[in-house]
Design a protein around this ligand. Structure first.
Ligand code: C2O
Ligand code: CU
Ligand code: CU
Length: 484
């Protein structure tokens, strides 16, 4: 293993990580990338300095180049995924979004614990075509390190814009963010529609009911990239499911996935698994100990996320088919696997106070409903109601600890997501740590506990199958300071 200091350098606090990830993981010269382009196609990284990162993201339509040609889509500054924004706790991040699309857009910082109001993570702002808006995000000094992401959030168009390519990663770095690995990779999972004209971006009502899925799963916009690794090394993979609807049940041939982080940063200890389910919006960080020489396939195993519709209109999803996402080409003679850390962070990070308020939220699908106008035969609801922007569904008080039972009365899984305030899943040791998105399986329920700390304001919770959110499976929460 590298020394702590060397490891931090290799981790690329200064932004070199995108280069380093393609290097031989044992390279002791982090400024010297391996010859050739990044095989994994990682996006450009923009890194804060002196507490500030100022970024312009121009949302524009047009051809996007991929490893197998071009496709019509939407990009940020010509690329999809957009640039990776690498910042630190206490930083200020400003993002000017320029809208060169022919429809409104905006920006949401998924998973960041920042204000949902004003020019911060306020998803009620919309930017008309030809206009621009500057968002300003002040990252709390005690914000956990981890992998977060950004994408548009204009109700009714979120699935189409994210599928088209408007998304990117946000990494929060922290010196305490152990463990350092010799190579760090970012793997952004998307499944964009394929086609060379705007028609490719349209989804029919049946696809929307099920949640649109593209023909295959890509990593950083690339089809089955090959990743080079060395026997005996230790790799850190940051994985984001940025697909609108596709679920990925990840497995790597012959290797365990040693999970160190979930949505909201480090876990208390390693959770080693053969398979890991990432539903839309979820993130995980994994330690991998490449063992070779040989080739290991990174796969998405078949996963049944349920069905929508009935009779002739019944539709199931292509998450049912197995995919090969990447190949890991491992060189180097046999060597003992790199040692793994036992403890990752202080267990106190996970202490949860007793709840001061409890609620039940019921996710539903019914016939008809207000979305008939959009051609859907079904309504998607929470507590029987479709999203209504002016209405407050949950009025809560700053400082309360809420416990929500989220019931799914439908024959499909729905990944439930809350903005602004991370939560923990209660009574389920298989989903450890702080979360912001959690799958609620078909005809099942999940209990979460949410400390409503630090910020007041109005924001939303919704299904992260983005078509379901667009069809109405979203509600509002308004958090106010207690009267005194
Ligand atoms: Cu990733 Cu409300 O969204
Ligand atoms: Cu979000
Ligand atoms: Cu859903």
């Amino acid at each position: 293993m590298l020394s702590r200091r060397a490891a931090l350098v290799v981790l690329g606090v200064g932004g070199a990580s995108a280069l380093v990830s393609a290097c031989s993981p044992t390279s002791d010269n982090p400024t010297q990338p391996a010859a050739g382009a990044l095989p994994s196609g990682e996006p450009e990284t923009l890194t804060s300095s002196d507490g500030l990162l100022e970024v312009t993201l121009r949302a524009e339509p047009g051809p996007i180049s991929t490893s197998t040609g071009t496709r019509y889509g939407y990009s940020y500054n010509g690329n999809s995924p957009g640039p990776t924004l690498r910042i630190r706790p206490g930083d200020r991040l400003t993002v000017t979004v320029e809208n060169d699309l022919e429809e409104p857009t905006n920006l949401h910082t998924h998973g960041l614990h920042v204000s949902p109001s004003g020019n911060s993570d306020n998803i009620f702002i919309t930017i008309d075509p030809g206009q621009q808006h500057q968002f300003v995000y002040d990252i709390p000094t005690d914000h956990p390190a981890g992998l977060f992401w950004y994408h548009p959030h204009v109700h009714g168009t979120v699935a189409a814009q994210v599928a088209a390519g408007l998304l990117g990663a946000i990494i929060i770095d922290d010196d305490r963010d152990q463990p350092a690995a010799a190579a760090e990779r970012l793997l952004i999972l998307t499944d964009p529609p394929r086609g060379d004209s705007p028609a490719a971006l349209r989804a029919d009502p049946m696809d929307q009911m099920m949640g649109r899925e593209g023909p295959t799963g890509l990593i950083n916009g690339m089809t089955q990239p090959s990743l080079e690794a060395t026997t005996g090394s230790l790799e850190r993979w940051r994985v984001l499911n940025a697909s609108p609807s596709r679920f990925y049940l990840l497995a790597l041939d012959g290797h365990q996935l040693h999970q160190i982080s979930s949505d909201g940063g480090l876990l208390d200890r390693l959770h080693s698994r053969d398979q890991l389910l990432l539903t839309p919006g979820e993130r995980a960080e994994l330690l991998i100990t490449p063992t070779g020489p040989g080739t290991a396939l990174l796969r998405a195993l078949p996963y049944n996320r349920g069905t929508a519709g009935m009779g002739m209109m019944r539709r199931s999803s292509s998450s049912d088919d197995e995919l090969v996402l990447a190949t890991l080409d491992i060189t180097g003679d046999q060597a003992p696997p790199a040692p793994l850390p036992e403890r990752l962070t202080e267990p106190e990070r996970f202490t949860l106070p007793e709840p001061t308020a409890t609620r039940t939220l019921t996710l539903g699908m019914g016939m008809g409903g207000g979305m008939m106008r959009a051609g859907s035969m079904m309504s998607f609801t929470i507590d029987g109601r479709e999203f209504e922007p002016g209405r407050i569904d949950i009025a809560a008080e700053l400082g309360q600890v809420e416990e929500w039972t989220i019931r799914n009365d439908t024959p499909m899984d729905h990944p439930f997501h809350l903005h602004t305030w991370p939560f923990q899943v209660i009574d389920d040791p298989t989903t450890p740590g702080w979360k912001d998105t959690i799958n609620v399986p078909a005809n099942n329920e999940v209990r979460i506990r949410i400390p409503l700390t630090d910020f007041t304001g109005t924001t939303v919770y919704h299904c992260h199958i983005l078509d379901h959110e667009d069809l109405g499976m979203m509600g509002t929460i308004d958090v106010t300071a207690a009267d005194r």
